[in-house]
Design a protein around this ligand. Structure first.
Ligand code: ADP
Ligand code: MG
Length: 279
């Protein structure tokens, strides 16, 4: 069984990539589980045809409110099978303004482990879709506790995306020896920035990793999203659907596991600056 974690800045395209990766792997006949680890709780939305499934934290609250115990929660309460047969989980978050946003991740992963979710559903491939702007306690969970040994960072050529990626590298480096985790590679989700592929390749090389895939920007992604489907389901014959299938092949064939070397702020700024075509 393989477990990968997808990290990256908010809005960079983690959930889109995770969901299309899940679908592409499902097309290959694998048993896939996608675990949304973002309080935004929309990781699996296009897998469940637009339905927001109850989050693990919501379920805990519901059980508490009705006087039941945490131990009464079963897999059926937190794992939802999509029509295509992908197992979906959303960790969820606290009410806005109250408590730690990473708590849902902690609670969800421990519960899945205690209930042996991967064994129960014979999962071949688990994908953790994790918010990466803040790699604080909860959000570092999938890597810190070694749930996922293999981490992918989603970037674009934009400075803030690279800044977030660099911070994620710092966290991977910190937990690498203790939790035996490594960076599988970098995936660029294009924002049509000048020299983006070159920036992405250079950044990946400089942190001691590799750009394993470049996903072009395409409006069909938004069309699919509005229609509450993955691109693979919405437009199975489209170029973008084939892109995601090919990305899935690259992830399947990838066996890199690097301990990243984060850049200094100055190095990062210089890198982006050297490709900038502004005035
Ligand atoms: P995240 O999970 O990192 O917060 P999302 O996957 O929700 O990001 O994507 C943010 C937005 O970007 C969505 O509206 C999505 O449709 C859009 N998007 C993602 N990837 C692409 C792409 N390759 N081309 C065009 N739009 C994209
Ligand atoms: Mg998301």
């Amino acid at each position: 069984m393989r477990q990968i974690a997808i990290y990256g800045k908010g809005g960079i395209g983690k959930s889109t990539i995770s969901s299309n990766l899940s679908m592409a792997l499902r097309e290959r006949g694998l048993n896939v589980m996608q675990i949304g680890c973002d309080p935004k709780r929309d990781s699996t939305r296009v897998l469940t045809k637009g339905r927001f499934i109850p989050t693990v934290l919501d379920t805990y609250r519901k059980f508490h409110d009705s006087g039941k115990k945490d131990t009464d929660i079963s897999l059926d309460d937190i794992v939802f099978r999509s029509d295509e047969g992908i197992y979906c989980v959303e960790a969820g978050g606290p009410k806005p303004g109250v408590g730690c946003a990473g708590r849902g991740v902690l609670t969800a992963l421990q519960k899945l482990k205690n209930l042996d979710a991967f064994g129960a559903y014979k999962i071949d491939f688990a994908i953790y879709d994790v918010l990466g702007d803040v790699v604080c306690g909860g959000f570092a969970m999938p890597m810190r506790e070694g749930f996922s040994k293999e981490i992918y960072i989603i970037i674009s050529g934009e400075f803030m995306a690279l800044y977030a990626a660099n911070n994620i590298c710092e966290a991977i480096k910190t937990f690498a020896s203790r939790s035996k985790i490594g960076l599988g590679g970098v995936i660029c989700n294009s924002r049509n920035v000048y020299g983006e592929r070159e920036i992405a390749e250079e950044f990946s090389r400089r942190i001691g990793s590799k750009l394993i895939y470049f996903v072009p920007r395409d409006n069909i992604v938004q069309d699919a999203e509005i229609n509450k489907k993955t691109v693979i389901e919405y437009a199975p014959k489209s170029n973008q659907a084939d892109i995601y299938r090919d990305m899935a092949r690259c992830v399947l064939e990838n066996d890199r596991s690097d301990i990243p070397k984060p850049l200094t702020m100055e190095e990062l700024e210089d890198l982006v600056q050297s490709y900038n075509k502004g005035l």
